[in-house]
Design a protein around this ligand. Sequence first.
Ligand code: GLU
Length: 293
Amino acid sequence: MTRIFRFAPSPNGELHLGHARSALLNQRLASESGGRLLLRIEDIDVGRCTPEFEAAIYRDLEWLGVTWESPARRQSEHFDDYQAALDRLKSLGLVYPSFMSRGEMRDHIAARSDARNPWPRDPDGAPLYPDADRRLSRRERTRRIASHAPHAWRLDMQAASELAGDRLSWQESGEGPGGEAGAVPAKPEIWGDVVIARSDIPASYHLAVTVDDALQGVTDVVRGQDLFYACAVHRLLQHLLDLPAPDYRHHALIVGADGRKLSKSRGDTGIAALRESGHTAEEVRAMALEGLE
Ligand code: GLU
């Protein structure tokens, strides 16, 4: 079977060394296994993604010597696919509209927790979504949506995990932040009721990435360790939507001189900035892959 890899950047900032590491590792593994490399532009967040950043992705990848199959898949052109998956989750009764603003959520949590009884948080440190909206009656949900109350669609994690049982796992050939490897048990409950879609966009990152990996026949997902725990949500969605599970390889992140993860807003490790300051593509490739087995 031909293995299919993908590199899936979001055009909401400049590519940095961490992206170069993912792209180059995908290319290396695809070429070593006689496989294919796809490029997917993850631009569902139409407010933050721009054509300029997308053009910069193609330019930087070409400069780095990464080659992919044309055309790239642009998620913004495939909302129908995500809508179909969302409708299926809705028909299973696993999705509900959530209405709390950030401020309302903060107040709700402050009134119900303190230092001795801290509110549960997800692996990224964000508080789990309160269950108040999950308990709203169908009538109240319909009323609020009809009155144009801003909302997002969330997965009823408890119902979804009960449906999936506790036997979900994924095959990890890289490593999680805690050294997890091999068959890793999926624990999506640690994320609470994740956002699955917005009112104006029928997908969130979790839904779009899961649907696209399946539609594109991806067999190997190679990406940064910051997405390791999110994999549990993807594995759950694959199960609920009857989609195959690819193998996963999460690689170590490149950290900045201050020991923090690189971000798109910090220009110093941007591929374009490195090129403009006179580094050759060969040097940047070596920097991106340094320390990687
Ligand atoms: N679009 C995501 C990002 O740029 C990566 C998604 C993935 O590889 O699953 O961080």
